[in-house]
Design a protein around this ligand. Structure first.
Ligand SMILES: *Cc1c(COP(=O)(O)O)cnc(C)c1O
Length: 733
């Protein structure tokens, strides 16, 4: 939202204003995470109530089972744009309903669905109450997916449309960003629960219970299947993306069940890699340095002229190092202060307080590890071989030190166990000056850490990290990343900048993976990072290290920032979606209605479309190739024709394609290419058409080809949008 404001993109955000939010973390003497929920005082926060024409707080009402729930709307200014937050804590609601917006990630499934109805349906109602008419809706995560249903309902009612008409129009102008591949992060509800919450709502939608449930199921025919929020969002959005290139791939695979006959690389989920807001995360001192050597307009230039970042080379080594050292000292002072508070709260002895003043050494190689303690992030990987780590920590000439921070989800016992292991480790091996844990990780702690550490360590189990963003925050401040081959790092890594732990291999035996990857970290530290950090020039500068810092800053900052990210969303999703919305809704919804009619026609005729008489003819063979075993040679030219029975549809409604590529050992074509075939003439029988194309065999090896038919219409975003595809059996060549 900060970048949308910077770039002048007209958007508003919608969320919930939690009375208590997420918990505050502290650890008991044993290192076990304790959670306290403190109440937010909205009147001390930069939020204000949205008022109606008469100056009274504006409220909306949302249907819940057998009751209405009221919500008020708060607004937050984010630069020049608004974030609206809904709050159900109103006296007109029952005690239970007042608590719908009490906690983030709190309660059970009932709370969850209650919150998601508030966000999705309430969110859209709030916009309407404020006379804001969205052209495009972007659902970030499946949590917001009910919004798409409310859009259909409103459109249907306002414009007297059928469900199908409103559905197609809504989908054309919705965008969805899929997030974590971790199962617990993808909400799903039992069918009975959807039925309970949506019985009344169905009247407004004009579909029945089973039709609604089908929208949230991978297999619409399976009545046992749960209702999945990401599935609802996928089915109701034309523009879908993951948050890094690798995550795009993982998501296409993960959701390929929704497109059963479509090759995985064609599953219509693209990727837009995350970024961070530079001005939020860059230290003031480092910002001044950039102003001086890149020119004061460097933030704007970072988008238009990524080359301008070459000027980072002109920053004198000693200035960059001095600036970094100052940030490191700020971090250490902050850590000592926090540690002292932590000790005082635990009520331990005075000698301990002195200890807090002395932890960490501003001259030692400092590693930061801060993130949620979700198990896949492996917060304890570095502790796997204690002797090896302790040797590095206690090396008198070349010590390392590690600062940890992060919360485990209140119900994630395994995650809490990892935190406890870190505390126990520090005590057991008497390395409490060199391993510290800062409690209550939040943006403030994150800011100190990403600005002050030398190495940012990130070791999730590939490919579970959708993107990861903290490494970007650290990189733009000059920290070197050491990360497994996962998420954004597959794009952010460049040689002689940071380090890769492993090569993204997947393992059956997870414990073996932890062994291999932890050893890789020790090796990288021992053989690369530590010598590089402690090799100093005559003026005590680690020149080679500083060189890596510059490479990192130059490579990461211009790419992994939110201005680039928001521009990419605008280009790839928002702008095309706005155009489609305008086309479909123009002239009393003419094209929206035509699209629905066309869709219904092509669906009802699809099973009668047939591919017949595929004929492959070689019309030119290269000479000097006489191996009788090989049927087709590289350089051979082919003419492929097929008769297609189009049943009740026309050549304009479909594209007939020749799909070709390598054949795997199961006889399937892998990552093939499609060539569109042209409609030549009518064939002999009515409704049959002759299609033809020429192609040249330009790859060696076992190749296959198959004719396929897909729907075609300029008002669908993607040929796979309707989920219709017809294949001829592949033939080998
Ligand atoms: C950046 C940030 C995160 C996300 O970091 P990841 O690298 O994606 O795990 C989480 N919490 C806070 C407070 C942050 O600042």
């Amino acid at each position: 939202m900060k970048s949308a404001s910077d770039l002048g993109i007209p958007l508003v955000g919608i969320g919930l204003l939690y009375q208590k939010g997420y918990f505050r973390q502290y650890l008991n003497v044993d290192g076990w995470q304790q959670e306290v929920y403190t109440e937010n005082n909205f009147y001390n926060m930069p939020v204000k109530k949205v008022k109606d024409k008469n100056g009274k707080p504006l409220t909306i009402s949302i249907q819940y089972p057998e009751r209405m729930v009221d919500a008020q709307i708060w607004s937050v200014n984010i630069g020049r744009i608004k974030l609206y937050l809904l709050d159900s804590n109103l006296e007109s609601n029952s005690a239970q309903d007042r608590r719908i917006t009490e906690n983030l990630y709190g309660g059970g499934l009932e709370t969850r669905i209650g919150q998601e109805i508030m966000l999705g349906i309430g969110g859209l109602k709030a916009l309407r109450a404020m006379d804001i008419e969205p052209t495009v809706c972007h659902m970030n995560e499946g949590h917001a997916a009910f919004m798409a249903l409310e859009r259909i309902r409103q459109l249907k009612k306002d414009k007297q449309m059928t469900f199908e008409e409103a559905f197609g129009t809504t989908r054309a102008s919705n965008a969805f960003t899929v997030h974590t591949p971790v199962k617990a992060g993808n909400d799903e509800f039992p069918p009975e629960m959807i039925q309970k919450y949506f019985t009344t709502y169905l009247n407004g939608l004009g579909i029945n219970k089973n039709e609604l449930l089908a929208l949230g199921r991978v297999n619409p025919k399976n009545d046992k299947e749960t209702f999945k929020m990401p599935v609802l969002a996928i089915k109701l959005s034309s523009y879908k993306n993951g948050v890094s290139k690798l995550h795009g791939e993982v998501s296409r695979k993960m959701w390929s069940g929704l497109w059963p006959q479509v090759p995985i690389d064609e599953v219509p989920i693209s990727s837009i890699t995350n970024g961070v807001h530079i001005k939020t995360w860059l230290s003031e001192e480092m910002g001044n340095l950039y102003d001086r050597y890149l020119g004061p307009t460097w933030t704007e230039k970072s988008l238009e002229q990524p080359d301008s970042w070459e000027c980072v080379d002109q920053i004198p080594d000693e200035e960059l190092w001095r600036t970094h050292q100052r940030n490191k000292e700020h971090l250490i002072a902050f850590a000592r202060k926090r540690l002292k508070e932590q000790i005082q709260r635990r009520g331990t002895y005075h000698t301990e307080l002195n200890w807090a003043q002395e932890v960490l050494d501003p001259e030692a190689l400092t590693i930061g590890f801060a993130r949620r303690f979700a198990t896949y992030k492996r917060g304890n990987l570095l502790l796997r071989y204690p002797e090896r780590l302790v040797k590095l920590l206690n090396n008198p000439q070349r010590p390392i030190q590690i600062i940890f921070a992060g919360k485990a989800h209140p119900r994630d016992t395994e995650g809490k166990e990892i935190i406890r292991q870190i505390i126990h480790f520090a005590n057991q091996y008497n390395v409490r000056r060199r391993i510290i844990f800062i409690e209550d990780y939040d943006i403030d702690v994150a800011r100190y850490m990403v600005r002050g550490v030398d190495i940012w360590l990130n070791n999730p189990r590939p490919p579970m990290e959708a993107s990861g963003t903290s490494g970007m925050k650290a990189a733009l401040n000059g920290a070197l990343n050491m990360s497994t081959w996962d998420g954004w790092w597959c794009e952010g890594y460049t040689q002689d900048a940071g380090w890769v732990i492993g090569a993204g291999e997947s393992y059956e035996d997870l414990s073996y993976q932890d062994t291999v990857e932890s050893q890789t970290i020790y090796n990288l530290l021992e053989n690369e990072a530590i010598p590089l950090f402690y090799t100093r020039s005559a003026d005590n500068l680690p020149r080679a290290w500083i060189n890596r810092m510059k490479k990192t800053i130059k490579f990461v900052t211009p790419q992994f920032n939110t201005n680039r990210m928001v521009s990419e969303y605008t280009e790839k999703s928002y702008n095309p979606a706005v155009i489609r919305w305008r086309h479909l809704t123009a002239e009393a919804m003419t094209r929206a209605k035509a699209l629905a009619m066309w869709t219904s026609n092509i669906k009802s005729n699809w099973q009668d479309i047939k591919i017949k008489d595929v004929n492959i003819e070689v019309y030119e063979t290269p000479e000097n190739e006489n191996d009788p075993e090989v049927q087709l040679k590289v350089g051979s030219k082919l003419n492929v024709s097929a008769r297609i029975c189009l049943a009740g549809t026309n050549p304009a409604d479909v594209s007939v394609e020749l799909y070709h590529g390598f054949i795997d050992c199961w006889g399937n074509i892998q990552n093939g290419d499609a060539v569109e075939m042209s409609c030549i003439t009518f064939a002999e029988n009515e409704g049959e058409y002759l299609y033809e194309c020429q192609m040249t065999c330009n790859k060696s090896g076992r190749q296959g080809m198959a004719v396929r038919v897909l729907p075609k219409n300029e008002d669908i975003a993607n040929p796979h949008e309707l989920g219709l595809i017809l294949w001829e059996k592949p033939s080998l060549g």
